[in-house]
Ligand binder design. Structure first.
Ligand code: HDE
Length: 698
């Protein structure tokens, strides 16, 4: 695959940030190997030693420099969100939002703002698997002409806790356990459930984490949320509350839990690879930016507090206004330099955007700079190429570890006369940042507002809004996770004091799975208003078509190469990617298989097609791996198609007769079968097959 974004390759989506990075890019092609001091190296194979078999000499500055640098290659990983993948892109507003905000990057549809987006899991270390059950980070740095604006959100619209002071407790509970550093990447352990069962404000976010949202199919198809309520301020000084949303243009989809667990072993980089390959192919991920806008006069119009980050605003109450689109069009050149060193901060805002008093957000405003000081080695991390604004950033800050800038001139203070007062302030009327003048009046007190007290209504709202398969997955997720908890009292507390307040059936079903007594009615049952919000169900968030889906054509030598090409073309016409998967890489006519069955099992695909051919069918029906491939695709509710003798492969796998979402026919039926197969694949999963699939062994 050509690397379109390699230094010597053709660069797609050139943008202001890309240009600003250019002076930092090191291109080694045609260059001599040298030390860091620029001395050319004659021998990079042998240490300087006393005689061919003698000891190495301390004098060998070349070996010492190389090994010293290597010894210090690692930096601390992020405390949370350590595992991440990122891409460059651009953002454009659809039309001027001047009525809502004076932010420059939201004014002109002709203006392209460069962005860098990093997606992440929360719990696991840098090398952990992508498809664990977890919240996903969705952090975007907009390099605007007025400075960097970071939208540091998640793929869920609420959070576990209401006050930042509880964050270290929460993170210590969710991270691998202190004595044995287990489990990696997941929440299925005692300390997480101990904490959340004792902290009812977490109930809403925990049910999101037990839902299919926590096992996304692709980073390209995740929604994103700013979580907190922020402010927009327009040029006249008028402020409104807003909530940020990202909407993937391709729609949102999830994995199944069995699938997610298997992928975690078969391809721990599943999401990273999917994002990278899509961009290399030119299937640029697109996300629309939306805002829910609330007039200040409506601050208290809801049954919950806008400052409470455990609450969302149902779209049925306040619609999401779509204002622009982001396109991710360029992979990074260097993972460490860009993805590892990028430093996001919810406090990086620009004129026209401001904070609210959400006590979780207020704490975050402290944490993000603070953490970079140890992670990136001092306060000059803003000078690292990926973090530098694209506009000038002169001020009187000086020195400190790793300073890159050579500040010229005598003045490093203000006011000064020696430099005629430069750099100077900018008045708000000329665009200088001015905090929103919110009236403040209060006693100094450590207290949680009464308006933050209802912890269950929105958890109930979320559960009520799910389709039947989603409800079943949530129940199974609680049962799975709590089944791994070793202390019975933690399981009981979760069922009786949390789940019973969310939904009686949910509590009863989880209790049954855990062998617990039927729970009593909850003491503070949730009473959502509205009762449900259809927009929350992932089944309502799909989009038509199979664009960028991955289809396996399961075959073997002897198959008709012309038919394989025909299938590839038919799927390509719909925007899908086809991989020919066979028992070995032996060519099939003039087609080289893309992968072996062992290398690319069915969990890596969205759908499977078996084109038949006598000799190929014979090989596949005798391969346990091939039969498992179709059976597993069936179990995971994927579209399956077969023509000609390909049907014998399905029969040999003992797929149930009359199976839903399985399109079959003779050679002559190819057109009809393909149409049915593509339509089924476009639904993402064949939910109506769920009962049949349950009987199939995993
Ligand atoms: Fe973060 N969070 N967080 N967080 N967070 C970090 O910053 C923190 C919270 C989020 O791709 C850290 O640079 C506190 C909510 C993302 O680099 C750290 C609190 C939301 C990322 C930190 C929260 C997030 C982070 C770790 C509670 C969704 C990854 C490394 C008050 C709205 C950004 C770093 C990236 C990273 C602190 C809660 C999102 C320690 C104290 C709520 C996407 O500073």
């Amino acid at each position: 695959m050509p690397h379109r974004n390699r230094p010597n390759g053709k660069r797609s989506g050139a943008d202001a940030k890309s240009q600003s990075l250019e002076s930092f890019r090191a291109h080694a092609d045609g260059e001599a190997l040298r030390t860091n001091q620029g001395v050319t190296i004659a021998d990079n194979q042998n240490t300087l030693r006393a005689g061919p078999r003698g000891p190495s000499l301390l004098e060998d500055f070349i070996m010492r420099e190389k090994i010293t640098h290597f010894d210090h290659e690692r930096i601390p990983e992020r405390i949370v969100h350590a595992r991440g993948s990122a891409a460059h892109g651009v953002f454009r507003v659809y039309e001027s939002q001047s009525e809502l905000t004076r932010a420059d990057f939201l004014q002109d549809p002709a203006k392209e703002t460069p962005v860098y987006v990093r997606f992440s899991t929360v719990q696991g270390p840098r090398g952990s698997s992508d498809t664990v059950r977890d919240v996903r980070g969705f952090a975007t740095k907009f390099y605007t002409e007025e400075g960097n604006f970071d939208l540091v959100g998640n793929n869920m619209p609420v959070f576990f806790i209401q006050d930042a002071i509880k964050f270290p407790d929460f993170v210590h509970a969710v991270k691998p356990e202190a004595p044995d550093e287990m489990p990696t990447g997941g929440t299925a352990h005692d300390t997480f459930w101990d904490f959340v069962s004792l902290v009812p404000e977490s109930a809403h976010m925990v049910i999101w984490a037990m839902s299919d949202r926590a096992i996304p199919r692709s980073l390209r198809t995740m929604e994103g949320f700013g979580v907190h309520t922020f402010r927009f301020i327009n040029g006249k000084g008028k402020a409104r509350f807003i909530k940020w949303h990202w909407r993937p243009v391709l729609g949102s989809y999830s994995l199944l839990w069995d699938e997610a667990q298997k992928i975690a072993g078969k391809d721990p980089d599943f999401h990273r690879r999917d994002l990278w390959q899509a961009i290399e192919r030119g299937d640029y991920p697109e996300f629309e930016l939306g805002v829910q806008v609330i007039e200040e006069s409506d601050e208290h119009a809801f049954g919950f507090d806008l400052l409470d980050p455990t609450k969302l605003i149902p779209e049925e109450l306040v619609p999401v206004k779509i204002i622009g689109k982001m396109t991710l069009n360029r992979n990074p050149d260097n993972f460490f330099a860009e993805t590892e060193q990028v430093a996001f901060h919810p406090g990086h805002i620009v004129p026209g955007i401001d904070f609210t008093n959400d006590p979780l957000l207020q704490g975050r405003l402290f944490s993000y700079t603070d953490t970079q000081i140890s992670r990136l080695g001092g306060p000059n991390f803003h000078e690292i190429p990926i973090n530098r604004p694209v506009c000038p950033f002169q001020n009187n800050q000086r020195d400190a570890m790793h300073r890159q800038t050579i500040n010229v001139g005598q003045a490093s203070y203000e006011p000064n006369s020696v430099s005629e007062g430069w750099p100077k302030e900018t008045a708000p009327k000329d665009g200088g940042f001015e905090s929103y003048q919110e009236r403040m009046d209060g006693v100094k007190i450590r207290v949680r507002s009464e308006s933050f007290a209802d912890h269950f209504s929105q958890a109930t709202l979320f559960y009520n809004s799910m389709s039947e398969p989603e409800k079943a997955h949530i129940q199974a997720a609680y049962a799975f996770e709590l089944g791994k908890v070793t202390k019975p009292e933690i399981r009981e507390r979760t069922v009786n004091e949390i789940l019973a307040n969310i939904d009686a059936d949910l509590a009863a079903n989880v209790a049954q799975a855990l062998g617990l007594a039927k729970p009593k009615r909850g003491s503070k049952p949730g009473k959502p208003e509205p009762a449900s919000s259809p927009a929350l169900s992932l089944l309502n968030r799909g989009q038509p078509g199979i664009k960028t889906r991955k289809i396996a054509v399961l075959t073997a030598p002897g198959a008709d190469a012309a038919l394989l090409k025909q299938l590839r073309d038919a799927f390509a016409k719909e925007g899908a990617t086809t991989l020919v998967v066979a028992p070995t890489l032996e060519p099939i006519g003039d087609i080289a298989p893309d992968a072996t069955i062992a290398g690319m099992p069915s969990v890596m695909f969205d759908a499977v097609f078996v084109p038949g051919g006598e000799k190929a069918t014979e090989a596949l029906t005798q391969s346990g791996d091939a039969l498992h491939f179709v059976l597993e695709a069936f179990k995971h509710l994927k579209a399956i198609g077969a023509i000609d003798t390909g049907r014998l492969v399905l029969a040999a796998a003992q797929l149930p007769d009359q199976a839903e979402g399985v399109a079959t026919g003779d050679d002559a039926d190819l057109k009809r079968v393909l149409k049915a197969f593509i339509e089924t694949a476009a639904q993402h999963r064949v939910w109506s097959r769920a009962a049949q699939a349950q009987a199939v062994p995993a």
